[in-house]
Ligand binder design. Structure first.
Ligand code: EPU
Length: 418
């Protein structure tokens, strides 16, 4: 298995282009199932998770043509309505096919995603929403089986804000008979992007980006084209890298508005951030100050940036309190960061991070996507070599991370593990 090796101590400077957002691309690629023609999506990142979802769409009968970052999907030939265990276990976001399949074919059988390293991650709210739209749901032998002749609009309240839950139900409601109102809906930019795609297909959606989304169902949707929005978490990760190394890095192809919470915390930590159009320049020329962080749903500070910010706080002056409110087990990176010399203690959902003078390279193990990113960041400043094992996690969500980091001066490379 490959490993990534980072030699710490290089100051990052220069320009790096941000890729399309994984978490926007996944539901958007799936939404092609709602039409029976060719949808074209551009700026799709080249990632393992994207390859997994395309395989799933093909297994359902859709035709997929990939040309660099442009993906064409033709679901006219949609034939199967089953998402098997082998595909779903590789990527939980596969659950996103549930609602489009029911809306289009009247039936879906989707393997239940299990828990994952960061939490139990149930899908009860996806199922409750679909049931409220009139589907019958049966859970047997590890599969969810859902049926509906034609879904019917309904008033749906989400107990907890759920990103993919909102996306799944929005796709079902777009083809339902009548009006659906989603309350306590997720407001993430990825949800808004999906709503824009659905509207491009002819859906009638109001309020996307607020917590109440109203969807007036239509009889059918037509193919569309869409450019995937920039990846705010990849951008945030590079911002943290620039801050950590006392660097001066300009990100291009990003959407600064989507990064307000991250920019605000970095500014409080003493980092200078200048945005101009779709570029962000991050300059760090003084010691990093400690700042407290609490993860929240958008527009709050993203849980997907918690691990990376913790590395920055590990190298800050003073003590920082980091509270994780979205997932119950998203501190797995802490024990690995401690191996590099970080001073972090955890109590329940709260981590107390005391800044240290230096981190020291060591072999570490990646446990999930954002944890791996945090280990790469730690490696950038740790003295000596940091070896990150199980890098398949990072390949799920960061396009060409070593190439991009090298471009701005990092000493980072990939090795085949013996
Ligand atoms: N939840 C429930 N029931 C449900 C759905 C969610 O209790 O039916 C709970 C979850 O257990 C969690 C909270 O609600 O405690 C929020 O989970 P959410 O459903 O919003 O997460 P998700 O949709 O499964 C997406 C991203 C994650 C990101 C979270 C939170 C995609 C494909 N994934 O997951 O991204 O962390 O929203 O912002 O969009 C990543 O990219 O590394 C990643 C994990």
């Amino acid at each position: 298995m490959d490993k990534i090796v980072v030699e710490g101590g290089k100051r990052l400077t220069g320009t790096v282009a941000i890729s399309g957002a994984k978490n926007a691309a996944l539901p958007i690629l799936v939404s092609a199932l709602l039409t029976d023609g060719v949808c074209t999506f551009t700026n799709v990142p080249d990632l393992q998770d994207i390859r997994s979802i395309l395989l799933l769409l093909e297994s359902l009968g859709a035709r997929v043509v990939a040309d660099g970052h442009t993906i064409k999907i033709d679901a006219a030939t949609l034939a199967a309505s089953e998402a098997p265990y082998d595909l779903v276990r590789k990527m939980r976001a596969s659950i996103l096919v549930l609602c489009p399949l029911v809306a289009r074919l009247g039936h879906a059988r989707v393997s239940l995603p299990g828990g994952c390293a960061i939490g139990a991650r149930p899908i009860n709210l996806h199922l409750k929403g679909l049931e409220r739209l009139g589907a019958t749901i049966d859970i047997r032998h590890g599969y969810v089986e859902a049926r509906a002749h034609r879904l019917k609009g309904a008033d749906i309240y989400f107990d907890t804000v759920t990103v993919t839950g909102t996306e799944n139900i929005m796709m079902a409601a777009a083809l339902a008979d009548g009006v659906t109102v989603l309350r306590n809906a997720a407001r993430e930019p990825e949800v808004v992007a999906l709503a824009e795609v659905l509207m491009g297909m002819g859906a009638d959606i109001q309020g996307a980006g607020t917590s109440v989304v109203t969807i007036n169902g239509v009889e059918e949707l037509r193919p569309t084209t869409f450019e995937i929005i920039p990846d705010r978490i990849e951008a945030g990760t590079f911002m943290a890298a620039a801050a950590l190394t006392g660097g001066d890095v300009t990100l291009t192809h990003c959407q600064p508005d989507h990064l307000s919470a991250v920019s605000d915390k970095l500014q409080q930590a003493g980092v200078v951030i200048r945005s101009q159009g779709t570029s962000l320049r991050v300059t760090a020329d003084k010691a990093i100050a400690s700042v407290d962080v609490r993860t929240q749903t958008y527009p709050g500070f993203p849980t997907d940036m918690q691990a990376q910010f913790m590395v920055l706080m590990s190298c800050a002056e003073g003590q920082s309190i980091i509270k994780e409110t979205i997932f119950e087990n998203r501190f797995i990176h802490v024990s690995e960061l401690r191996r590099l010399g970080a001073d972090i203690t955890i109590s329940g959902d709260t981590a107390v991070v005391r800044g240290v003078k230096a981190l020291f390279g060591a072999p570490v193990m990646a446990s999930d996507l954002r944890a791996s990113a945090s280990l790469v960041l730690a490696g950038l400043v740790a003295e000596g070599l940091t070896e990150i094992n199980r890098v398949y996690h990072i390949d799920r969500g960061y396009e060409q991370i070593e190439e991009k980091m090298r471009q701005i001066g990092a000493a980072i490379w990939r090795e085949k593990a013996s």
